[in-house]
Design a protein around this ligand. Structure first.
Ligand code: GLA
Length: 497
């Protein structure tokens, strides 16, 4: 009888005794082929057959919305910031959590996570940023920075070899001599930190100092990228808590330009802390005594144009990312006029890098892209394969008149004036009383226009150059143009009478 009772007790209690316990911190940490460590944490609390908690990723923190535990199997669903379901499904296997992640932004992938004592993603707590003050200008970027950046074309595939080849190509193509001086490595160069907290490069970049020396030997300047958060947008090491150390490392390598990308800082700080957090890195850069152009990348939040200059920024992104489509390019265009007054020598609105030559737009659309960026006094950071450019791409990126409009020393950003039919008119005041006019055809069919000189405030008998055709145009008299679909006519005063 006693035996029977003991058996029954054991039988009934077994599910409780041996039930899988998911409560705890589960860490996935994996050395990637390029040498950086990718991490993800599941911080779980189990109550009966439900799980609550968080999924912490370098790029953000997701709350668990739904969950189910069935024996040692589990599934959890979180919602991404874009509103998509993010699903983890798998099982507890001994002391390992094995599961598949289904994320609409990614192919499904398998993860093996182990129990951890602490959460290396979550332990990052907000630092107290410095008290805000107005920094004096650093004297750099008197005209909008020009150069090349790796992200639009190469994203995570950029490496030492590509950068050297681009340096060579910037010289041989004439881009350097046309003004494209900065060769900027974007995200994914970062390795882990050494025991002293010094950032290392990953194995795509064996020797950053030697690479910077090579770039400098070509008469170019060298740019790099980081984040004020613990991770960059691509999940690599950011500068969180190591700002001063990183600034020293960059200066030691010979860095001339830093793009500082908010990314995972959004897990730590409210947007209202951006100003102080950006000021912190500006102060760290200045403490190195090396002239380093400072590029703020926080997608235009918090009206950055109102404070970007006084935190030491030489340029600040005004929008989310561009992509190689006419639609996205024009969405960005439509937000630029209202903030024009904040741009000027030393501090520029940055509507993101150029896509010219990357293949997603027509030649006319790329001419519109380049023309408008010049009208905006935008930084001109090419993002194409400079080693291998078509004649059209060359003619767009290397057009001296367009570059001269962009680089005009007055530094006044052009503004939208009005729309006539399908054509948008933009005007930019240039130094010495000169002026540039852009007429952009938004329609899918050609537009025949007469330039409304008077309404645009262009009086007198001015000579204009049609910058793309090279033809001379007389204001008030010559005014008939046919603008191709999504194309542009860009005019600049030639000589003043
Ligand atoms: C963000 C930035 C991009 C690029 C990537 C790199 O999306 O806006 O310009 O730097 O991060 O991860």
């Amino acid at each position: 009888m006693k035996r029977l009772i003991a058996f029954l007790v054991l039988f009934l209690a077994a599910p409780l005794l041996f039930a899988a316990d998911f409560t705890g911190i589960w860490l996935y940490s994996s050395k990637q082929p390029d040498g950086h460590t990718s991490q993800m944490v599941l911080a779980l609390q189990q109550t009966d057959n439900k799980l609550t908690g968080k999924i912490e990723h370098p790029w953000g923190r997701l709350d668990i919305k739904e969950s189910k535990v069935d024996g040692n199997h589990f599934s959890i669903t979180a919602i991404t910031n874009e509103g998509h379901p993010y699903i983890c499904e798998g099982a507890l296997d001994g002391d390992q959590l094995r599961f598949t992640v289904r994320d609409p932004n990614d192919k499904p992938y398998d993860v093996v996570a182990a129990r951890a004592q602490s959460d290396p993603v979550r332990v990052a707590t907000p630092l107290t940023p410095p008290a805000v003050r107005d920094l004096p200008p650093n004297g750099l970027a008197k005209t909008p920075p020009m150069g090349w950046n790796s992200w639009n074309l190469f994203a995570g595939r950029v490496d030492d070899k590509i950068v050297r080849e681009m340096a060579d190509a910037l010289v041989s193509s004439g881009m350097r001599d046309a003004g494209y001086i900065y060769l900027n490595i974007d995200d994914t160069w970062e390795g882990d930190r050494d025991a002293n907290g010094v950032i290392q490069t990953n194995n795509k970049f064996p020797d950053m100092k030697a690479l910077a020396d090579y770039v400098h030997s070509k008469g170019l300047k060298f740019g790099i990228y980081s984040s004020p958060g613990p991770y960059t947008c691509a999940g690599y090491q950011g500068s969180y808590a190591d700002e001063a150390q990183d600034a020293k490392t960059y200066a030691g390598w010979g860095v001339d330009y830093l793009k500082y990308d908010w990314c995972s800082a959004s897990n730590l700080y409210p947007d209202s802390a951006m100003r102080a957090v950006y000021q912190k890195m500006a102060e760290a850069l200045r403490a190195t005594n090396r002239p380093i152009v400072y590029s703020l990348c926080q997608y235009g939040r918090e009206n950055v144009w109102e404070w970007g200059a006084v935190v030491g920024g030489n340029l600040w992104r005004t929008t989310g990312d561009i992509n190689d489509t006419y639609k996205r390019m024009m969405e960005i265009v439509d937000t630029q006029s209202a903030i024009a007054k904040w741009a000027g020598p030393g501090h520029w609105n940055d509507p993101d890098m150029l896509e010219v030559g990357n293949g997603g737009m027509t030649t006319d659309e790329y001419r519109t892209h380049m023309s408008l960026w010049a009208m905006f006094a935008a930084p001109l950071l090419a993002g194409n394969d400079v080693r291998n450019m078509s004649t059209d791409t060359r003619s767009i990126l290397l057009n001296k008149d367009v570059i001269a409009i962009d680089q005009d020393p007055l530094g006044q950003q052009g503004q939208f004036v009005f729309k006539r039919g399908d054509v948008d008119y933009w005007k930019r005041q240039l130094s010495g009383g000169a002026v540039a006019i852009a007429a952009v055809n938004r329609a899918n069919v050609p537009a025949s226009v007469k330039i409304p000189w008077k309404d645009l405030g262009v009086g007198g008998n001015l000579d204009f150059k049609d910058v793309w055709s090279g033809l001379r145009v007389k204001a008030l008299s010559d005014s008939g143009f046919t603008i191709p679909p999504h194309g542009v006519v860009l005019l600049r005063t030639e000589a003043l009478h």
